[in-house]
Ligand binder design. Structure first.
Ligand code: G4P
Length: 286
């Protein structure tokens, strides 16, 4: 899903989140392993208050393995219970129930001291559009589709999925708005396709991608398009020369014989988003 955000959307999403957070013990937050900071909602910490937190680095299959563990440690050091997952094929999903439960240990202990035993912890999945929330929920829930229905005393219409005797999950994920203020984050979100393409100038975006890849993953471009990437980054300038090479290799030629860089830009962005340029991480832990 690709949502274009307006202030009204954001206010509604925030209201829903505030309402739902009251009902749960633990927030399962999904970020994209290729851009863990840019895909992280800036306001979630304030909204989460003192709820237990699990942070899942989804789509780790598309991210550079060299950085995956570094990012995992980065978030662990910040106090999150964390895992690398691929919701699409289910890798890493088995461990999540234990992680969720562990994240709630303090709450379970508090309950126990108050004589409340065996109450399942309640969880909710949240994340920005396209990060993989629905795919994750399907994979996480698996065959445990028994819905517990509306609870007395709890907001009407909320469906809970019983995952085990210990965990219940709110069946609809919370949609968080992406980062708007930071242009660099916006660009990374656009690279992976999490911003509505209608509002993006694709050729400019592709040139930014070329500059990034030439610097950090030159072989990804060389291998995919069989083109030359100069070692001296200065000489790449704005990346148009590289895009022209891609256009020529992919037979994107205009009537007069000029390379059609606008068509080449679309090819590059599309292939990048589909993982054809290999496993690429777009931002790095400090
Ligand atoms: P959302 O609810 O957060 O908006 O995201 P959703 O689950 O719809 O997932 C968005 C896209 O990301 C889907 O692809 C989905 O298959 C893909 N996806 C989710 N998790 C992973 C993952 O861990 N690894 C990879 N590689 N992809 C993942 P799509 O192109 O929209 O649909 P489809 O081509 O899979 O049918």
């Amino acid at each position: 899903m690709n949502v274009q955000w307006y202030p009204g959307h954001m206010a509604k999403a925030k209201r829903m989140m505030q309402e739902n957070i009251k009902l749960i013990d633990v927030i399962i937050e999904l970020v994209d392993a290729r851009i863990p900071l840019s895909s992280k909602n800036p306001d979630i910490d304030a909204l989460a208050g003192n709820k237990s937190r699990v942070l899942l680095l989804n789509k780790y299959d598309m991210a550079d393995p060299k950085y995956n563990e570094m990012w995992k440690k980065y978030f662990e050091d910040k106090g999150f219970h964390t895992a690398l997952i691929n919701s699409k094929n289910g890798q890493g999903i088995n461990q999540i129930k234990d992680i969720v439960y562990k994240a709630c240990e303090a709450k379970i202990e508090r309950d126990r001291r108050r004589g409340i035993l065996n109450r399942p912890v309640r969880a909710m999945v949240v994340g920005i559009p396209n990060v993989g929330k629905s795919t994750f929920i399907n994979s996480f829930v698996g065959k445990a589709t028994a819905k517990t229905g509306n609870k007395p005393g709890v907001t009407k219409g909320k469906q809970w999925i019983r995952l085990s005797s210990k965990i219940e999950l709110l069946d609809t994920p919370g949609i968080l708005w992406p980062k708007f203020e930071d242009p660099a984050a916006g660009m990374r979100l656009a690279f992976i396709g999490s911003i509505n393409d209608d509002i993006i100038q694709m050729t400019e975006l592709s040139l930014e991608l070329i500059l990034f890849l030439s610097k950090y993953y030159p072989n990804a471009l060389k291998d995919r398009y069989d083109i030359l990437i100069p070692d001296n980054l200065e000489s790449i300038k704005d990346g148009v020369g590289v895009l022209e090479q891609i256009a020529t290799k992919r037979s994107c030629i205009m009537k007069g014989g000029e390379p059609d860089i606008d068509r080449a830009a679309l090819i590059l962005i599309d292939e990048f988003r589909n993982g054809r340029l290999g496993k690429v991480t777009l931002e790095f832990p400090e």
